[in-house]
Every structure is written in C-alpha cells, then in structure tokens.
Design a protein around this ligand. Structure first.
Ligand SMILES: [Zn+2]
Length: 234
C-alpha cells in the first residue's frame, strides 16, 4: 500500500512537470506515454528540466498561427528554447500532414529530445546535423526503410548552419544526420556525444566546432566523416 502511494505521488510530480494544454476537442493523448518519454530522456541525458509545456492543436491553421509561419505538410511540431512544444494532435496528423497518427509519440519524443539537448548544451549553438541527428536517433526516425541517399564530403560543414540545413532538408539531411549520429554512438559511445554537446562554444562556426570535436574524439571530423561514408554501403 505504502509503495503504491509513493508511485502515485511520483507519477503526479512527473505529470506536474509536464503541462499539457489541449487546443482542440479531438486532441486527447495518452499522458502516461509522455511522462515515460520525459523520464527516460532525463536519465539518458543526466540533466533535469523543471517544466515542459506541450500545446496540442487540432488544425494546421492554429498551429501555424501560433509559431508565426506557414508550415509545410511534413512539419507537425516545433520546440522552442523556453521549453514549449507546439504539436499537431494525432487527429490533425492524419488529416493535415504527411504523417500517420501513430507517429505522434515518436514526433513528440524527437521534440522533447531537443529540449534536453538544449539544456545539456547550456543553450549554446549546436550544429544542426548534431541537434537533428540526436533527436531523430532517440525517436528512431530516418534510419530504417529509407530511400538511398547522396552524401557529399564535408557534410558536417554543409549541414551545420540553419541555412545549410534548410537548403538540404529535401536532399536527405535528416537521414544523413540521423545515420551519422547512430555511427558516432556505436563506434565511440553515447557518452562521447554528451561530452561533445556539453563542450561546444556559445556561438557556432565550423572551425571552432572542428577543434572541439578533435578535443573530444582525438580524431579530425573529416576523418570520421570518411569512416562513416565507408560504413554506409557495408
Ligand atoms: Zn528536430
């Protein structure tokens, strides 16, 4: 009895840290799944976030209005630095996006991962491929059953800035980032990635990042990129 009371108390403390606001009547979701994601990621990243706000929308129009821009069909969620996630509901996934409604939890895990990465990096500017690659890694996206991809040399340089990322988003940027992060974790461990994230400078530029990468991995990033490219067709 005492133990179950304790679990109940812990559950409500966790629920309290995740504030879900439903913006439409059709947007109910399983909140226990969200608590579990939060709890798992907290353990993995060894950092804490006091409160996460999740706003769930039933229409793309309301979602786009909230994030103040037009959103393409594939975009169903976004996370901001103040720990707010805006996301379409499973109902709206099905009706107004290229995603299946069952992908809701996966997409939410991707966004919550961004919040933990942001916390671990102390808000410093992470290269886009690293940020999107880790979020996709934990959400198990863009890794299996994918189209063949075209990888250019120096892809970390090209996919580092928001502009470079956006220019390549229709040319396999998510797949390359996700597969490269999987490669880094399998070959050198997740702790190395954590060390990399927590060591980066406030502002991003490729030269500075290259030096930090070398300090952590004791290898030039270009060399590791080539090892990754060799591994792709094996
Ligand atoms: Zn993302």
């Amino acid at each position: 009895m005492k133990i179950s009371c304790l679990f109940l108390l812990l559950y409500y403390i966790l629920i309290y840290m995740i504030k879900i606001v439903y913006k439409g009547k059709k947007s109910k979701v399983n909140e226990k799944d969200i608590v579990k994601i939060f709890d798992d990621l907290k353990k993995v990243f060894s950092v804490d976030i006091s409160v996460i706000n999740i706003h769930i929308f039933d229409t793309r129009a309301e979602f786009s209005k909230e994030i103040k821009r037009e959103t393409p069909e594939w975009l169903v969620a976004n996370a901001s630095d103040d720990n707010l996630i805006n996301i379409l509901s499973p109902f709206a996934f099905e009706k107004e996006s290229s995603h299946h409604k069952n992908e809701f939890i996966q997409v939410l895990k991707h966004e919550i991962t961004h919040l933990f990465v942001h916390k671990l990096s102390k808000g410093n500017a992470l290269p886009k491929w690293l940020n999107e690659g880790i979020a996709s890694y934990f959400a198990k996206q863009h890794q299996k059953e994918r189209e063949p991809i075209y990888v250019e040399e120096d892809f970390c340089k090209k996919l580092g800035t928001p502009k470079g990322w956006n220019d390549n988003v229709n040319y396999g940027a998510y797949s390359i980032a996700s597969l490269f992060v999987v490669f880094l974790i399998k070959k050198y461990s997740f702790n190395k990635i954590k060390e990399l994230i927590s060591s980066i400078d406030k502002n991003y530029d490729y030269r500075g990042f290259k030096d930090v990468f070398f300090k952590v991995y004791k290898k030039e990033i270009k060399e590791v990129e080539l090892l990754f490219m060799d591994s792709l067709n094996k």
